[in-house]
Design a protein around this ligand. Structure first.
Ligand SMILES: NC(=O)c1ccc[n+]([C@@H]2O[C@H](COP(=O)([O-])OP(=O)(O)OC[C@H]3O[C@@H](n4cnc5c(N)ncnc54)[C@H](OP(=O)(O)O)[C@@H]3O)[C@@H](O)[C@H]2O)c1
Length: 285
């Protein structure tokens, strides 16, 4: 039996085992996916046994960057993003990938939007997930702004993304800007993404930005709000967004697509999306 896991701390919130095991079962793969809680300071010890026991893994908070020195190589996109959420064990050689960027683009159905270059995307957060999502939006050519509680972290990410724009020879308009969540202005935004853990259970009353800060009545069309928090599925931010008529995208959508891409990297087979989605749906019922 091939063994896979998700590595993080804490790990109780992770839903990956729910749909990855459903996917393995669906395609008849003799494999098992479990959650591995690795305490801070124990990552080195864990990774020594990992190499011998596991065929692959997902990596979640807080190890997406810390894991990199334990890997033999990174794929180009993971290198550019500077964070890893998927490991493939190729005969003892550990290769790091990042499927969060792909997952976010699929969840935002970016490929079917008329002109991503005209979209003003505001991302709240500057951690591992924000890095991947921002990278994907910059690559799609959108106008990206990073707002974060610690503004210096937002500044660092914006600087790196602007360097990447030059490296990737992307059009030089659409400079990535940054600031604090207090700078958020709903009028200057087509897509808002919460890439922080703000609003996650048990702090469900919190929201990374208040959509009603400037006025109590608001209605906005052609506005998409995506929250990558998936516990609860409808965060306060998404409930507020619904009230103003925005399209909302819940965190399980990105979770599903990033997981499907990881599955394909591990198995070389097309991910059974319906079976994975069904398992998630049954979990939430
Ligand atoms: N749906 C999905 O597929 C998916 C994928 C990846 C991650 N996630 C979820 O996304 C969240 C972030 O993950 P990550 O890997 O980016 O974590 P991370 O690297 O630890 O980054 C956390 C980010 O959130 C900010 N933050 C944390 N608590 C906050 C609060 N109470 N108010 C405002 N900002 C806060 C941090 O700001 P500072 O810089 O100021 O510390 C930082 O920008 C987690 O809840 C994770 O479970 C979901």
């Amino acid at each position: 039996m091939r063994r896979y896991c998700v590595i993080g701390y804490p790990i109780g919130h992770s839903l990956s085992a729910v749909f990855q095991n459903a996917a393995f079962k669906k395609i008849g793969e003799d494999a098992e996916y479990t959650a591995c809680e690795v305490k801070p300071g124990d990552l080195g010890i864990f990774m020594r046994t990992f190499k011998k026991q596991y065929a692959g893994a997902n990596v979640t908070v807080p190890y997406k960057e810390e894991i990199i020195p334990f890997l033999n190589d990174l794929d180009e996109e993971a290198k550019m993003i500077g964070a890893v959420n998927t490991i493939v064990n190729h005969k003892g050689k550990l290769i790091g990938y990042n499927t969060d960027a792909y997952g976010a683009m699929k969840a935002l159905h970016m490929e079917s939007r008329p002109d991503p270059r005209k979209l003003r995307v505001i991302i709240i957060g500057a951690g591992g997930a924000a890095k991947a999502i921002a990278f994907a939006c910059v690559k799609a050519g959108s106008q990206v702004t990073i707002l974060n509680r610690t503004v210096a972290h937002a500044g660092g990410l914006a600087k790196r993304l602007n360097e990447l724009r030059v490296e990737l020879k992307l059009p030089l308009f659409n400079i990535v800007t940054y600031g604090s969540p207090d700078d958020f202005n709903v009028e200057h935004c087509d897509i808002l993404i919460n890439a922080t853990s703000c609003g996650m259970s048990p702090r469900e009353n919190e929201t990374p930005v208040d959509l009603f800060r400037d006025r109590s009545e608001l209605s906005k069309t052609n506005f998409t709000v995506m929250d990558i928090v998936y516990k609860p599925l409808k965060t306060k931010l998404l409930l507020d967004a619904e009230k103003i008529g925005a399209e909302i995208i819940t965190g399980d959508t990105m979770l599903l697509f990033q997981g499907a891409r990881s599955f394909e990297l591990w198995t070389g087979k097309t991910a059974p999306l319906e079976a994975m989605e069904g398992a998630l749906r049954r979990y939430h019922q």
